[in-house]
Structures are given as C-alpha cells and as structure tokens.
Design a protein around this ligand. Structure first.
Ligand code: MSP
Length: 652
C-alpha cells in the first residue's frame, strides 16, 4: 500500500508583503514534500493565505480599499513568490474560498452539537496584530510581552468555546504522544502552559464584520483563528469542490503542521481541542521552527528591516538559497541570515565539494572512457567496498534525519559522502590508472565514483533540485530509473552502456559581501552575474547598520523634567512634562515608574528624542522619548546633564 504524507505551512496574513519568514517555512515544507515524493509516497502539500479578521480589515481601511481587494492583491503576491521559488504545493488555499467557508460552518456546527459553544461576554485584552487574546499577566505597558504588539481593551458579547473542558484530554494527548509537538522543548512549553489551566476561548466578535459569520447568528463573525486553523481540514476534507472521498481517508490527519514558534499555542492547544470537539483525529505532529534574524538583528515593522522575500529570489540562485536556509540552522532553532555565510556555504560546500566532484569525475569519464558507463563491477578492492558502504549508509542516515525533521543533519551527511567520494578519487587516482593502461581498474573506479555521485545527487534533489536534476540528467540522460530514493536501497543503479554528459557549471563561486562598516568601494554583490546590483536592496539587507546621516536624523535634546506623576492603570508608566527648549513643555509617557519615584525626577536634565512620531499610551499623547539604560537587575538609569548644559541643547 502506498504511504501518504500530508504537510502544511501556516497560511499567511495578507496585510503585508511576503518576507523571509514566509519563504522559509514554505521552502522547508517544499523540501520535505519533495523528499517524500521521492520515496514514492503520495504527498499533499498545502499552503495559502489567511484573509479574514481585524488585522486585515484595518490594513484595508488604511489603504482605502476593501478587505477583499487587499486580500486579492496580496494573496496574488504570495502566489507569485511561490512560483518564483518553484515550490511544489498541491493547493494554495485562500480562506475566502467557498469550500473553506463551507468547511468552517460545518466545523462550528460540530462544536455546537458537542455542546462546546455558549454565548457570553468577553472583557479583556486583544492584539489585532497578533489576532490573539491576552491575559493581564501577559501584558506590560500596553503591549503583549511575548510579541511586543500593542493590545486594546475589548468588551463585547461573544460566543465562547469550552476550551477548559479539554485541559485533561489535551494533557493526555501530549503524554501519550511524546512527539506530537516538536522539538521537545516546545512539547514541554505547551504542556506546562496547559497544566497551568485553560480558560474558555472567545471565538466570535461583533465589532467588525470581515470574517465568516457565526452559523445562525450573523451579527457575530468567527474568531479568525477558528477560521484559519480549519483550512488544514478544508483542503483534504469532504467539502472541497473537487470532492474526492478517498482524500480525507488517505490524508487526514496531517503528518506535519509546520509552523513558526510564535503561533504554537494556536496549533498545539486550540486546534487539537477543536478537533477533539468535532470528533476528528488529531495531527501526528506540530513542528515549530525558529526565527530568522537579519544580520544579527530581530526583524520588525518598526525597524523596517524585514528581509523581503522577492529580494532573496533576486539575489541568489534558488538552489543556493534553499541550501543555505536548510543547512545553516537546525529546524527549530533561531538563526541569523548572513550574506557572508551564504557565500561561505555556497563556495565551500556546493561549489568546492559537490561541484568539483561532479566536474572532475565526469571530465575523466568523458576523457578516459568516452563517457560510456562500464559494466557494474563486482567490488573487491577495499576502497570501492568502503565507498559503497558509505553511500548505502548515507541514504539510510539521511532518511532517519528527515523523519526527525533534522534537515541540516541530512545535508551534512550528503556533504560527507561527497567529500569521501572526492577523497576516493584522490586515493585511487584514475589518471594514473589511465597512464598505466590499467583499463579494467580504471573502469571500476570510475563506475564507483559515478555511482556515488548518483547517490549524492538523488539525496540532494529535494533540497537543491535544479543542480541535482542537472547532475542526474548528465549521468542518466533519459534512461529509466535511478532517480528516486527507492533506487538507493542497492548499489549499482547506473545504466550500463549509456553515455554521460558533463553538466555546465553547477554552482558559481560567489564573492564575499563587502565588510559592513566601511564606506570603501563595494565588492560586486554575490549573485547571478546577469542580475544588476541593486543598491536599494543591498541597503535593506544591511538595515542593521545605520549611516551617519541616519544617526543625525534622530533629534536628541537636553530636556529638563518639570513634573512627573503616575499613570492610572499602568504601574510601569509615568507621565512627565519636560522643557525641551521650546515655547511650551512636552508631555512624555515613560516606562520608568519601577525605577524612579516622580519626586526624584523633577528638575533632572536628561536626554530625550524630540522628533519621534507622537503615540498614544493609555489615552495620553507622548510627544518625546526619554533615553534610559536597563541595568542587569532590570532597573533603569538615566543619562544626566549638569546645570551648565542649557535646556534645548542638541546632543550629537
Ligand atoms: N495567519 C497566521 C497563521 C495561521 S495558520 C492557521 C500567521 N500568519 S503570519 O503571516 O503572520 O506568519 C506566518 C509565519 O511566518 C509564522 O509561522 C511565523 O512564525 C513566521 N515568521 C514570521 N517572522 C519570521 C521570522 N523572522 N523568521 C521565521 N519565520 C517567521 O501567523
């Protein structure tokens, strides 16, 4: 019986443009989908866009268009990106599609029928940018501690899902299925969260309307996560337009829901609870990957340093990009996107190791044997036997690594096989055998080298598909077989008598990027020659550094604090007024209440940013920002100036 493999990515919000995080998850899922297809399994790979909810509605209002118009535009951008990335998803789902709506309605009716939904009133914090409800303990200074996103107070009638009822069933599921949430640290994290007790979940809103209406009560729209999570069932479930009854049987439950660590709670707590309530089988695994930093700096909207996904496609060959993101960090860890590391990995591993191996072996094969694959040798030499052993063991080790979702380890093993094959050639010296006229041994050694290359190329093909395909084309032409993982169960799969053809250069060597700090003439960008250097994109990549002009654009001023008082309801905040050398004092809301009493601040001369865009905190408009240092014990220290520095003096 054919095995089935169902893998999903999160569906992406359509409020903005795709960035490296979106590209990353989808590339990882694509690599895994390709790997399982290569094992002759039937695969369903799902990705798409999450289009409802307050966040999207607000983004549309800001843009002056309807939410559907925004969704149409941005969903198309994601689709365009995935085409450029040559991803092999089986469906790109949109939550505004009719079959999804039908599925969500069906799902909510199941929860209603189970007696798990009741009408109540929600009062608490909500973050539109995270589309998440937060407890008081998860909030500090008007933002959610974990994500840093602003929250707002919500009070309205709402349907609730009886999440608390599923506390014990969830704990039992975690205990009975130690790998259902991975990596294991995430399993522990979720378990302790649930152990600390679950509250019922508000699952509808009445203050906006961009969503799927609550069945039989259309004043309410469903909470966007109830809608979004259900997409995983829509795609293989019974309500799709192309309803295929065997699909749900074959593909449900999903083998892997691949997600980022920030959306773990929704997937590992809410989703299994909804499924239990609906009476559907639970996913086999929810795997949370880590976050990419940009040259060491966390990416955020406020810093404007998100690595644009289209820039990545522009700047690097797809194979190189895929290899780098899959090889550089273990799935699950955070990682640092560094141009210098892309270059190092490309040059040392792809070009010098694999590229060089294929080039030298196929050149010799062409030169010494007219490119004709000799008869499969009976191996007797120790070197040949050792190479065969490593090749077969590598195929097995790669399979083990992939079933643990340790893609970086799989790639490490493949690189080791390639290195060993290079070493083999060095040891057996086909050029010397040719010179000596030992044609029998020459044929044996070249066969072994080419067969090991076939192992390398087949194993690499889900991760580095283009170059691997070209290697296999060169080796196998249009002969049958030899390209899938099943063919690596035994050694000796080359088509005897077939003429090989050396592929064109597989991996160009890249130049190291310019040293960050210097203004010195920039080296050519490490990218395809045909692509012009794009200053703007380069700058974006280096957003972690600032230029002199950027520093000077921040207006820093010596300010004297005139008054200070507590802010009601926010125990970390103080409301200050400060003389910054203008006609009237400025109001400043500062998160320093835990470190200073209002009295000790009055009269101090401190540094303030005076050209920051005003922001409202707890209803008070803050018109400047005080600079403070957080000490190791968590308390704050202020930079201070003496009486001799006049108020209003610019700091530079
Ligand atoms: N719409 C929800 C998911 C619903 S799934 C039923 C959502 N969308 S998102 O567009 O905000 O985020 C999608 C994914 O991008 C998340 O898995 C998130 O972890 C990931 N990333 C966002 N920034 C990231 C990095 N800097 N690095 C890696 N992935 C990151 O959440």
């Amino acid at each position: 019986m054919t095995d089935h493999f169902y893998i999903t990515t999160p569906i992406y919000y359509v409020n903005g443009a795709p960035h490296i995080g979106h590209a990353y998850t989808t590339i990882v899922a694509d690599a895994l989908a390709r790997y399982h297809r290569l094992k002759a399994e039937e695969v369903f790979f799902l990705t798409g866009t999450d289009e409802h909810g307050l966040k999207v509605q607000r983004a549309a209002e800001e843009k002056g268009c309807t939410p559907l118009e925004l969704a149409d535009t941005n969903s198309a951008e994601f689709r365009r990106l995935f085409e450029k990335l040559e991803l092999t998803h089986d469906r790109f789902i949109r939550t505004t599609e009719a079959d999804h709506r039908r599925t969500v309605e069906w799902m909510v009716k199941k929860l209603l029928k189970a007696g798990d939904i009741y009408l109540g009133e929600y009062e608490g914090w909500y973050s539109a940018s995270d589309e998440a409800y937060y407890d008081e303990s998860e909030i500090e200074d008007g933002v959610a501690i974990e994500s840093g996103s602003p929250v707002e107070w919500v009070q309205e009638k709402s349907y609730f899902f009886k999440l608390s009822k599923y506390t014990e069933p969830l704990l039992k599921w975690y205990a009975d299925n130690p790998t259902c949430i991975a990596p294991s640290a995430r399993h522990n994290e979720v378990r302790s969260f649930v152990e600390s007790g679950l509250r019922d979940l508000s699952i509808s809103r009445t203050t906006f309307d961009w969503g799927i209406p609550m069945p039989d009560d259309p004043k309410h729209v469903l909470y966007v996560w109830v809608d979004a999570l259900t997409n995983y069932y829509t795609a293989v479930g019974p309500f799709t337009d192309s309803h295929d009854p065997s699909r749900v049987k074959d593909f449900w439950p999903a083998d892997v829901h691949l997600i980022g660590k920030d959306i773990l709670r929704f997937h590992a707590v809410y989703w299994p609870a909804f499924l239990m309530s609906a009476g559907l089988p639970l996913p086999k695994q929810i795997f949370a990957h880590g976050w990419w930093l940009n040259e060491g700096v966390k990416m955020s909207k406020s810093k404007g340093n998100f690595i644009d996904a289209f820039d990545l496609v522009e700047d690097y060959e797809l194979d190189v990009l895929r290899y780098y993101v899959l090889r550089e960090i273990p799935l699950g860890n955070d990682g640092n996107f560094s141009q210098a590391r892309v270059v190092e990995r490309n040059n040392a591993e792809l070009a010098d190791n694999v590229g060089n191996l294929v080039n030298r072996a196929l050149t010799m094969h062409g030169r010494y044997l007219d490119g004709e694959i000799p008869a499969t040798p009976e191996l007797s030499a120790d070197d040949d036997i050792a190479l065969r052993k490593t090749a077969l063991e590598t195929a097995k080790a790669v399979d083990d690594a992939i079933s643990d979702l340790e893609i970086h380890r799989a790639l490490e093993q493949i690189m080791a096989l390639s290195r060993e094959t290079n070493q083999y050639i060095q040891t057996v010296q086909p050029w010397a055998l040719h010179k000596e006229g030992d044609s029998e041994r020459l044929a044996e050694t070249l066969y072994c080298a080419l067969e090991a290359i076939r192992f390398v190329a087949v194993l690499l093909s889900p991760f580095v598909p283009d170059a691997s395909g070209r290697i296999l084309d060169g080796l196998l032409g249009d002969t049958d077989g030899g390209r899938d993982l099943v063919s690596l169960k035994t050694w000796g799969g080359l088509p005897v008598g077939h003429t090989t053809k050396k592929p064109d250069v597989l991996f160009d060597k890249l130049e190291a990027p310019p040293e960050p700090a210097e203004e010195a003439p920039k080296a050519e960008k490490p990218k395809k020659e045909k692509k012009a250097k794009n200053e703007k994109k380069e700058k974006k990549k280096q957003a972690s550094q600032v230029t002199f002009d950027q520093v000077m654009s921040v207006e820093l001023t010596v300010a004297q604090i005139l008054t200070a008082e507590a802010v009601e309801g926010a125990d970390r905040l103080l409301k200050l007024t400060a003389d910054v050398g203008e006609d009237a004092p400025r109001t400043v809301v500062a998160g320093i209440a835990k470190s200073f009493s209002p009295e000790e601040l009055v009269g101090l001369r401190v540094a303030m940013v005076t050209n920051l865009k005003p922001a409202k905190l707890f209803g008070i408009e803050s018109q400047a920002m005080i600079l403070a240092a957080k000490k190791p014990d968590g308390t704050m220290a202020l930079s201070r100036f003496g009486e001799d520095v006049p108020v209003g003096t610019r700091i530079s």
